[in-house]
Design a binder for this molecule. Structure first.
Ligand SMILES: Cc1cc2nc3c(=O)[nH]c(=O)nc-3n(C[C@H](O)[C@H](O)[C@H](O)COP(=O)(O)O)c2cc1C
Length: 446
């Protein structure tokens, strides 16, 4: 079978560029406007994307004065989008640090059923003390601790999703038998973090369980991905780094006893498109001109875990920054930003400009052909199975991508031209439907 790109539309209110909301065309209320998201989902579906994705965190950042803040709860919004779309996968972010497995497994099972098998879960451990303080903690749990809890969370969620065998519902009206008790398997789980006795109160879903996505690139993050993830979102700045990450993750997945084809690596790209290269760069400059440097500076200091007032706009980053080992928040993003600044000898002002579009994801300004070339190169040279498309401005950036880049990718045979009959999100990503762990065990006894 021809290898095809997997495209995921990473949607974020008025766009990924931090100043996008200030453009004349942008709606400052877009982040709570269902019609805005329905419009975006339909554009992505026109582009035959595999899926769309919503990021999330259970906290309000303290920069409400600076840019749109807060968001609708992703599973709720995606349930609405499920009824407004037909084909596209719906991936919600939810935290393993600040949820319980039973409630969350139930919500994702419900979305998978409501959407006809199109649900995906971006599994995050949530960095930052702000979220921790909303859930009875004084400080963020240590990085390793968050990932240990995430692993047990997944083990429990998988047991819950498998707690009904596919044929547990009999529906025999004549005999008066609705379900088969023998096909219900309560997890009876007692572990370090969770204790869950009973079966889920939602049956097994079209996909068995949602597509499992992971988005952290630290050592712990990669180990977790190799064990559980079927798709991985990642920020990579150079082809060489992306190739190294791709090879590493595939080999870790094989070492974990899984088929490396069953984990899809999707780096992010912020395409800024123009009809000429000069026009694309001018579009990028317009966005950069709308950045308020002091806001970017404060955000960068927070990201690098520095005291306010440490950085100066026209100097480079201090030489004595701590190593990744000392960071308890988002480890891999920290390293990526420090390496980017050092590699290109960027002043803080330039670094803020570079991060304004995609917070560390690759920003690429060019013509539709150049964007398609870049995507094609990473795809064919062992750096990506597809991309997280992160338009700088929404909806216009997604519209331009679908109208101008998608036809080129299709003409080159890199992207499907229509969805075809296979329906679930796993089908789109070329992944098998997972077997039920309890049914498997029973079959092994026969
Ligand atoms: C494309 C992408 C999307 C992400 N979305 C979220 C998110 O919605 N919520 C969140 O808490 N973290 C999100 N993250 C952050 C990761 O979950 C993780 O915290 C971060 O990449 C650092 O992980 P590490 O400490 O394993 O390096 C995202 C990361 C990437 C690459």
């Amino acid at each position: 079978m021809t290898r095809r790109l997997h495209l995921n539309a990473f949607l974020m209110n008025t766009g990924h560029h931090e100043a996008s909301w200030r453009l004349p065309e942008s709606d400052p209320y877009a982040h709570v406007d269902l019609a805005h998201y329905v419009g975006l989902a339909r554009i992505a579906e026109r582009g035959t994307f595999d899926s769309l994705f919503l990021a999330d965190g259970p906290q309000l950042w303290n920069d409400i004065a600076q840019r749109p803040s807060g968001a609708l709860e992703p599973l709720t919004l995606l349930t609405a989008l499920a009824t407004a779309t037909e084909h596209i996968g719906l991936i919600a972010t939810a935290s393993t640090s600040y949820n319980s497995p039973y409630n969350l497994a139930r919500r994702f099972a419900s979305l998978d059923i409501v959407s006809g098998g199109r649900a995906g879960w971006n599994i995050v451990t949530t960095a930052g003390a702000e979220a921790a303080r909303n859930f009875g903690l004084d400080a963020e749990p240590a990085h390793a601790e968050r990932y240990a809890r995430a692993a047990e969370f997944l083990d429990v969620a998988l047991k819950l999703w498998d707690s009904w065998e596919d044929d547990a519902i009999v529906g025999d009206k004549a005999a008066g038998v609705w379900g088969d008790d023998a096909k219900i398997h309560p997890p009876r789980h007692k572990g370090r973090y969770f204790s869950v006795a009973g079966a889920l109160n939602v049956p097994r879903t079209p996909q068995g369980y949602p597509l499992l996505v992971q988005a952290g690139s630290s050592e712990d993050g990669k180990a977790f991905a190799a064990r559980y993830a079927e798709a991985v979102f990642t920020a990579q700045q150079t082809l060489a780094d992306a190739q190294a990450f791709y090879a590493d993750l595939k080999s870790r997945t094989a070492a974990a006893g899984r088929d490396p084809e069953h984990i899809k690596v999707l780096p992010g790209i912020v395409p800024v498109i123009g009809s000429t290269e000069a026009e694309a760069r001018a579009n990028e400059q317009v966005l950069e001109d709308h950045i308020v440097p002091a806001h970017g500076l404060a955000r960068l200091e927070r990201l690098l875990q520095l005291k306010p007032g440490t950085l100066e706009l026209d100097r480079q980053l201090p030489a004595d920054l701590p190593s990744e080992d000392a960071v308890e928040g988002a480890k891999s993003r920290y390293t990526l930003i420090v390496q980017l600044a050092r590699r290109e000898r960027l002043t803080v002002r330039r670094l803020i400009g570079r991060l304004g579009g995609g917070r560390g994801h690759l920003t690429f300004a060019g013509t539709p052909e150049q964007v398609a070339d870049a995507i094609g190169t990473w795809f064919t040279q062992g750096a990506a199975d597809g991309f997280n498309i992160m338009p700088a401005v929404l909806p216009s950036g997604l519209e331009t991508f679908v109208e101008q880049v998608v036809p080129i990718l299709r003409a080159r045979g890199l992207l499907r031209t229509e969805y075809g009959p296979r329906r679930t999100l796993r089908d789109r990503y070329g992944l098998p439907r997972p077997a039920n762990q309890y049914a498997l065990r029973e079959n092994a006894l026969v």
